[in-house]
Design a protein around this ligand. Structure first.
Ligand code: SF4
Length: 198
């Protein structure tokens, strides 16, 4: 069967001096396909602390490797804080291209996220996640209390799977409520992959 690939190539259209790091560049590239379908998927697959999604424009800014990466539905891509053109090409082909094409596979398999799901994720906060955690403050996740763990998970610095208690039968209803609220794909972005579990 033919592999489903959305983006194969990029053209770097503009290179400018980076505004934050002397000697670095920022650049604008154009993908060889539109990104309408994958932008909402990438948004829900990214920890909220690292993503800013403007739903009305379908524009997403990601924080990756100390860079701001903005994806536009047209296929335009803006990237800051990059050492040089070679690093720009490396980032486009070895980081962004797999990210986009994996999101496209998920789009084809699971369809687009619902508007309600996107709304819930946009409004989400570490405090909301905290409500669904066991609340034992046992420290087994590597964080002393559940609230500091919730902050780290939201920032993408810890994985939700580090809280083993959440998978215990006693907390089944909390986990189920979390799934119902945000969906399995978003939980995977927080580091709890239930999609590939049978
Ligand atoms: S392992 Fe779970 S219950 Fe224990 S502190 Fe971490 S988040 Fe809280």
């Amino acid at each position: 069967m033919e592999e489903k690939i959305l983006v194969r190539n990029f053209e770097i259209k503009e290179i400018l001096p980076c505004l934050t790091t002397p000697g670095y560049i920022r650049f604008v590239a154009q993908a060889d396909n539109r990104l309408d379908d994958v932008i909402p998927i990438i948004f829900i697959q990214t920890p909220p602390g690292k993503a800013n999604y403007i739903q009305k424009d379908n524009t997403l800014t990601l924080r990756m490797f100390n860079r701001n990466v903005t994806l536009f539905a047209s296929g335009k891509i803006g990237v800051t804080n990059t050492p040089d053109v070679n690093a720009a090409k490396d980032f486009l082909y070895n980081t962004l291209k797999p990210l986009i094409n994996n999101a496209y596979k998920d789009f084809l398999k699971h369809g687009p996220p619902s508007k309600d799901q996107i709304k819930a994720i946009k409004k989400s906060s570490w405090m909301e996640l905290y409500k669904y955690l066991p609340g034992e403050n046992c420290g087994e996740c590597g964080y002393p209390i559940c609230s500091s763990f919730a902050v780290a998970v939201f920032q993408g610095d810890a994985k939700l799977s580090q809280c083993k208690l959440l998978r215990e039968p006693k907390y089944n209803s909390k986990l189920q409520n979390l799934i119902d609220k945000f969906g399995r794909m978003f939980l995977a972005s927080l580091g709890l992959d239930l999609i590939n579990e049978s």
